[in-house]
Design a protein around this ligand. Structure first.
Ligand SMILES: Nc1ncnc2c1ncn2[C@@H]1O[C@H](COP(=O)(O)OP(=O)(O)OP(=O)(O)O)[C@@H](O)[C@H]1O
Ligand SMILES: [Mg+2]
Length: 464
């Protein structure tokens, strides 16, 4: 579980450790080098000032005075003549003899460093020439013991070690917090997804801000919500289906029993058989509708668009439906401007209009009027189907496109409705890339308005 935080922690730690080591190493060597450099300059300056005094008074008295002065300081002086013979010294000459014998002696006025190898040598040293009237008369050598550098280094090492230790502890603490802070929400999200996959959608993830982790958490939460909604919808749908199937099956079974067992008059027998037939038709309608919806849900529903001359199409619809309206003493009028060519799937479009007109017939009474009116805007073709039937109340209106939804269950049953007609209409309109809306007032009538986008005429499209 904690693998990620360990990995992150180790990665950060090694990177920071590498950085800190390099930094400490550079800091350490720069500090020591610059200290040695400073000491060498100070040594040289001191040598030069002795040299200045000796140039003025190059006598035994002054030489021994200079040597005496240095013997009190932590630096040492050696004064030689041009033959490298020691005239005066504040240190045992045997210790520094080899520096003086070096052929590197210079006559540079500002003096010169002759020993700066503090790692190998016991002394760092400089030399300054003594001149009188432009003639070299001797040299002032200055020495400083390198032991102080070693002690400086060991003190530095000690301090660096302490600082390094504190830094590492500090870094580790920060890393532990940081990697936990990063890994914790991820672990929570992993747990949430396992919870979701085990079927428990009631996950709640803590809000982690608006970074990528927060986005991920919100997506998981959304996914859980959607899955929950789908599950509820599915179980509702299944229970609706079983309920809807049970009713016609009960009728069929009941009447079949009666027909089989009782001695019925031919009229009664016919009456019961026609009820059985009616219910069987209803069942087969429902199964067909469910099959259509299942195909739409599975995205295996083909919408094959072809250019349709709407005027011609609507005339056919009018011819087909007028008798059904007339039979019920209702009126159907269809109006459609000429030369509207719509790219749509003809049989699906007919199914849409059929379902809406079927409703108009079912939910209106004799004397009511239904109109189908086609108009167009720049981008859309609008089909309005308006009836003066019983209308739908405001409370019911939002639900009429839901599957199996019927406003008046008992009356709808009598009218043979399954409550799937409008659900199919909505899916078909969406499959065409259109929208459908409904306006209705109880007692006044209902209007469905379909907006379909006018697309290129010869477009073929598979819905999905
Ligand atoms: N034109 C309309 N006037 C009044 N009520 C309507 C109209 N169209 C639909 N409804 C109401 O909306 C409900 C749902 O309609 P839908 O077409 O989905 O189902 P149905 O007509 O009952 O059954 P099906 O169409 O599957 O045979 C209907 O039961 C009805 O109450
Ligand atoms: Mg219907």
């Amino acid at each position: 579980m904690k693998k990620l935080s360990v990995k992150l922690g180790l990665l950060f730690l090694s990177i920071l450790f590498g950085l800190e080591t390099t930094m400490f190493f550079f800091l350490h060597s720069t500090l020591v080098e610059s200290r040695v450099e400073e000491e060498l300059i100070a040594l040289q300056t001191r040598g030069n000032s002795h040299r200045d005094i000796l140039e003025k008074h190059f006598d035994e008295n002054t030489i021994s005075h200079v040597a005496l002065m240095e013997s009190e300081a932590n630096t040492d002086v050696v004064i030689t003549n041009t033959n490298n013979e020691i005239l005066g010294a504040s240190v045992d000459s045997s210790l520094i003899q080899r520096y003086i014998e070096k052929p590197t002696i210079s006559s540079e006025r500002e003096g010169k460093t002759i020993g700066d190898n503090w790692k190998e040598e016991d002394y760092i040293s400089t030399v300054s020439p003594i001149e009188q009237n432009g003639v070299l008369i001797g040299h002032v050598y200055m020495f400083q013991d390198t032991a102080w550098i070693q002690s400086l280094i060991s003190r530095l090492n000690e301090q660096f070690l302490i600082a390094g230790f504190v830094a590492v502890i500090f870094t580790i603490t920060i890393i532990i917090f940081l990697s936990k802070a990063l890994a914790k929400p991820l672990i929570k999200m992993k747990e949430a997804t396992s919870q979701i996959s085990s079927g428990d959608f009631s996950v709640s993830l803590p809000k982690t801000g608006d970074d990528e982790l927060g986005d991920l958490a919100r997506s998981i939460q959304l996914l859980a919500g959607d899955l929950n909604y789908l599950r509820e919808e599915r179980s509702e749908f299944l229970s609706s289906i079983s309920h809807e199937l049970r009713t016609p099956l009960t009728y069929i079974k009941g009447y079949a029993d009666i027909v089989q067992k009782r001695n019925l008059s031919p009229e009664e027998r016919n009456q019961y058989l026609s009820i059985i037939l009616e219910e069987t038709n209803r069942l087969s309608d429902m199964v067909k509708n469910l099959f259509d919806l299942a195909k739409i849900d599975k995205n295996t529903f083909d919408i094959i668009k072809k250019p349709i001359d709407l005027n011609e199409f609507m005339n056919k619809i009018e011819t087909k439906f007028s008798p059904a309206f007339a039979e019920k003493g209702m009126q159907l009028s269809v109006s459609c401007p000429e030369s509207i060519i719509l790219s749509a799937d003809g049989s699906r479009l007919e199914q849409i209009i059929f379902n809406l007109l079927d409703n108009a017939i079912k939910y209106s009474s004799a004397g009511d009027k239904t109109t189908v009116e086609v108009s167009r805007t720049k981008k859309h073709v609008i089909i309005r189907i308006n009836d003066s039937g019983r209308g739908i109340s405001e409370e019911e209106l939002p639900f009429i496109f839901n599957r199996f939804y019927r406003v008046d269950k008992s009356r709808a049953r009598a009218l043979g409705g399954t409550g799937l007609g409008l659900a199919i209409v909505k899916e078909l309109v969406h499959a065409h890339g259109g929208t459908i809306s409904v306006f209705s007032r109880e007692g006044d009538g209902t209007e469905f308005e379909i907006f379909l986008r006018e697309k290129r005429k010869d477009e073929n499209n598979t819905f999905g």
